[in-house]
Unconditional design. Sequence first.
Length: 661
Amino acid sequence: MKEEEYIGHFSALVELEREEQMRLHEEEMKRLSGRQREEKGRAFIKMRGKSQGLGLGGKHMVRFTKQDGTKLPESEIEVGDLVLVSKPGTAPWDEGNPTGTVAEKTSYSIVVAFDDAPPGFVFRKDVRIDLFVNDVTFQRMKDALKAFKRLPEWRRAKLLGKTEPEFNAGDGDELEFFNESLNNSQREAVRKSLAARDFFLIHGPPGTGKTITCVEVISQLVSRGYRVLATADSNIAVDNLVERLDKAGLDVVRIGHPARVIPALRRRSIDYLVQDDPDYKKAQELREKAYAIKERMERFTFPAMRWRRGLSDDAILRLANEGKTTRGIPKKKIEGMKRWIELKKNVDALFSDARALEDKAVKRILRNAAVICVTNSTAGSELLGGEKFDFAVIDEATQSTEPSSLIPVLKAKRFIMAGDHKQLPPTVLNEEAMRGGLSRSMFERLLALYGDKIRVMLEVQYRMNEEIAEFPNNEFYEGRLRADERVRRQTIADLVPSITKLEFILAEKPFVFIDTAYSAGFEERMRRGSTSRENEGEARLVKFIVERLLDAGARAEDIAVISPYDDQVALIRMMLRVEGLEIKTVDGFQGREKEVVIVSFVRSNKSGDIGFLGDLRRLNVSITRAKRKLILIGDSQTLGSERCYRRLIALAKSRGGYKRV
């Protein structure tokens, strides 16, 4: 691609995806009632708010509970999400309904952080809260694409495949590693990353410790005096980086909305660190004065159009000072508007001074930080507007779209990416954008251009029993992965000895496939009005297995149930209400692990149609989450229409891990 083509191509794809996400949310809000949205997990209805005062960063915190005091239903709304809060009788998107960020969530309440004081209706009964889209992220991607043309020509050429990337000969050969437990492939990845003059890729299959390797790279860079920007596409992935960097003893600052930072790491957040700064304390004092004056303003006449009658602020002040009136406005109203305008000017000045002092304090902390951690999107925020870095280290890079990765890439002279293109790609909802290549990460594109010149693959996995790892290793990683001795033969029986009694799940086998083919009651179905699928027979079987595991002494926290389909997840959640048990989509569980994982594949039909299960990266994620026990439930006749699934089932049979339902 030429530079202009690259910019125009991705700008168009970003806009398509933006419009799609907005359309889907608004369409669903218009199509479904609040109760239906709540049943789908994308809204809470009949809520009441209670002020919790000011939080970190001067946010206005409001705790919402069900007005009848009952538990919140299962929901997709999580900490860090943007939500729309609306009052009865209005559409959620109506003007005056504010947006806020979920700062905290419990079984009975959620706390929403608002940038400005929310309108009074949020403290009344029957408030509705809807999951919404954050448009800022799309704008930052577009800004990054525009900025691409300002890069030096030699950098653009390397990113677009016109010029080979370069390495410093011998740089990183003689290294003293901070983490002495790194294996050989991890050490090689660190050496090559330090030697890269442009960019480098760390290919980390499941459980191979790519984040640990990133932390070592960052530690080495900091020890050499480099300034590092560490990013990932999701807040969870950034928090994981921060936690590991913190344990490594690095001076790290986490930037982002306080609500999106897990509580244990908030002491590393900019909003927490800045509170001890004298300039910030002074800024808070000015804000408190401003809010006190705002309360006084309510005693005077707000210059609404019915009283202003076309007069400017200056005209109102002049009339009041001269003791005059005009256009039939009572003198008392003129005087009241004058007082309101004067107080407003005072408030604006106080807020302006407070912002200047706060900016000064924040910049001081950023200047002194060795490592700054943010999401890709936040790397494009005003807060980091003038900041430049020697290196950007982007974790989970294969889950980022190219325009998303471009945001941190443009902030640094060189960059390192870590990820696994054999797992799920970035989520893209618009089909045209997907076909256009928006779901292909920059990591994957650069790997296709330059191959092993710019990549090291990590080859030791620390998660799975070797029988669980056998199939994905041979199918997706050319047989190059090997299990570390500490996990090679681990089984669930090590944790729960009585599990051996559960013969119906072949308890002694780490990897099991339960075949539902030709069995009545195990057919897939679609709910009316849904595009997803569910399988009640599989859901009941999952329930039975989980309950027997718990009876045998397994902990709910050690078990995960995953399925490719939203509706199947919803059905299983309805059947299995167990505290601590995780039930999620495959996509939502990427990057996670559990001792026991049960997978419900759902698809069961006479035509052999497996839908998006045909994306084998989804299969790879499904079968690489379990550490000690993997139980797959599916219809061999339907799944077997894809050769990869046939090989998977054949391996289960050859290893004694196959059972008919």
